[in-house]
Design a protein. Sequence first.
Length: 275
Amino acid sequence: MAMLELTDDLRIGHPVIDADHQRLIEIINEFLEHSKAADNSQVLHETLKSLLAYGRDHFSREERIQRQCLYPLQPGHFHEHKALLDQVREIARAYFIAKTKPLNESSVLEVNELLKAWLIGHVKKFDTGMRDWVAPPKDPDAAPEKLASHDLAALVIDSDAARRGRLADLLTGLGAARVLQAEDGIKGLAMAFGDPVPDFIICDLEAEPLDGSALAGALRGSNKAYIARIPLLLLSDTDDADLIQKVMEAGATGLYPKAFNPKNLGRLLNHLVKG
Ligand SMILES: [Fe+2]
Ligand SMILES: [Fe+2]
């Protein structure tokens, strides 16, 4: 059976992500190697345990890098990661708890094929799509991308007046035609339903008294399709996995650090508003 290898077509170009993928490949290869000599049941148990633990760590590292790099397709990727961990749990359940699958020589082959497809399938279909966002820029001195459309209205919601002002200036500099500002979530929500309807919203996740998740819920729950699909970018430095899950499930377009790299904002907005 062929061992897995981190070939060039699987490399993302970000050292942390590539090193993590290399380690995940090693865990799968070690399974194949050790299952020849040792008790299959023990080797499979250890492999699934390592994949779950390392997979969880890797996914949260990769998602943090996506947030820092203003990657635009966070929610879909987040849900894929969650589904991958569920798949490993399901394999473990089938072999060790429900015992609906027998553990014999052919199961090593079957699980190995499954794990190869599990990892490589995700890297090829999802992770390679991040390359242009997370790998170092080809030309670091290139001018930041401006907004492609000249008639966009932005809405910024943040109780910190200085930060709100800086963000408004940044958006005006990128070419936003109008920048609406709200100092709290309630006023922001009213503006989102007002005139002009903003083309995108940037909101502090910890906005009071209505936070970013609640705002996401209110927008996505609107019966007006043009409101329900407004891109909502939430700003927060949180690493709290439960909170991030809540934000993603509420329908945020993405979560970004408060001190994000402004160079990538125009590119991100062009991607979101065009879509
Ligand atoms: Fe991924
Ligand atoms: Fe990955």
